[in-house]
Design a protein around this ligand. Sequence first.
Ligand code: MG
Ligand code: MG
Length: 253
Amino acid sequence: MIQIKNALQIEAMKDAGKITGEALLAARDFLRPGITTQELDTVIHNYIVRCGAKPSFLGYGGFPASACISINDEVIHGIPDDRHVIKDGDIVKVDVGAYYKGFHGDSARTIPVGKVSDQALQLIKVTRDSFFAGLEQVKVGNRIGDIGAAVDAVVCSYGFSTVKQYVGHGVGADLHESPDVPNYGTPGRGPRLCAGMVIAIEPMVNVGTYDVYVLPNGWTVKTRDHKLSAHYENTVALTDDGVINLTIVEEDF
Ligand code: MG
Ligand code: MG
């Protein structure tokens, strides 16, 4: 069932969203060649805890860290550890959630480290652009399929592909709520959007085939063809007065 939020609840979700967005900024500012994904996770963890919030992902389904950190052909759910050292030329997906005042925020960025390829930069930009194309469809009366169709159209126009096996979702008192928000779809199909819905739109975009697989650690998702993948996510609230992007803070990146 879709949990509709009232104005007070959406107000509270702004705080969780702000902490989530700021934790990503802290991650971006710390990210550089030579650090481990474990060190990056610690920065994110400490930021969230210092705000009086709780890292949403820590312990979620047994996940052992505060952030998902996925490099290059890793799509999502990378587990931070002290063996993954970030190198010049990597693209790093950082996915963060913060739980505060009874609600979660959920947001992700793909951050280029040092000198990355032109293709990697284009992939990151297209992934971000596809999110905003999807966001334009978040209007009272539209349907979930309108969002996915808009995301997929941008991605396909560059010859890239959207991951099908993992999707966006409702966000609220639970990190993952109804409805599913796929990054593909048919305009005019799926659940109808109404005021009070809060969803995470999160395109996962591959340079090559959309096919992905999970590593034996049970978490890390990689592209089947080992080509690059990018991820961009915000938690957004739909109100009668329009859309509020809960996890964007300061300048977006
Ligand atoms: Mg996320
Ligand atoms: Mg999410």
